[in-house]
Design a protein. Structure first.
Lengths: 113, 112
């Protein structure tokens, strides 16, 4: 019974490029959450999605960041025109519904050159 | 806005010691509180989840308590082992919300 799967595990981009991070929730889970962990900081909530819907994106930066969770396929966190300050670990979590505990993936470590 | 603080930021103890990690939060209107373990370069492993109506939860050598009125939780680790070395994170889910609010963690080193 696979857990939350994130890929890639490590991603290196140059400034100005695009980064696409993928998250496949646990089987039977239709709720996905993205968190970001900056160096020396705690995890911060970014966005909460259900299939084909963004429920809460209050933690997303206003520009360059977007997220989707299509009917088929993984959830995608997209960062356009990356800057050095985007370097962080990005974690995805999933739950069966909004009241159930969130299960976390191993994260994607994004490094910007 | 919920603020979660963990003390100490780092802790080093010899193997076999019992230890306590502390977590405090500013808004007592919580849905639940969860303790996680994070190993370097890895994801988060849930250790214990305490619902707002509960006072404590136990799993093996771990015991977590919750005092909602004072905004505090403790994670007690009995008979520590080198394999317990990791960062321990406290996360609070607000009442009526779903976004977890994390502390910065306590980095634990248990020496043989």
């Amino acid at each position: 019974n696979a857990g939350v799967m994130q890929n890639p595990r490590h991603l290196v981009r140059r400034r100005g490029q695009e980064a696409r991070l993928r998250c496949s929730p646990m089987k039977g889970h239709s709720h996905v959450y993205w968190y970001r962990q900056l160096p020396e900081e705690g995890l911060k909530f970014m966005v909460y999605l259900q299939k084909e819907n963004i429920i809460d994106e209050s933690g997303m930066p206003k520009e360059r960041f977007s997220a989707e969770f299509p009917k088929e396929g993984p959830s995608i966190l997209r960062i356009q025109q990356v800057v050095r300050g985007d370097s962080a670990a990005y974690f995805c979590a999933s739950s069966r519904d909004g009241n159930q505990p969130q299960h976390f993936g191993d994260g994607t470590r994004l490094s910007i050159l | 806005k919920q603020e979660v603080t963990q003390i100490p930021a780092a802790l080093s103890v010899p193997e076999g010691e019992n230890l306590v990690l502390n977590c405090s939060f500013t808004d007592s209107a919580i849905y639940n509180l969860q303790w996680f373990r994070q190993d370097p370069g890895k994801g988060l492993t849930s250790l214990l989840l305490i619902q707002s109506s509960q006072r404590e939860q136990t799993s093996g050598r771990l015991n977590a308590s919750l005092d909602k009125s004072s905004g505090r939780s403790t994670l007690y680790i009995a008979a520590s082992q080198p394999g317990d070395s990791a960062t321990y994170l406290c996360a609070v889910r607000p009442g009526g919300g779903y976004a977890l609010n994390f502390g910065k963690g306590t980095s634990l080193l248990v020496t043989p």
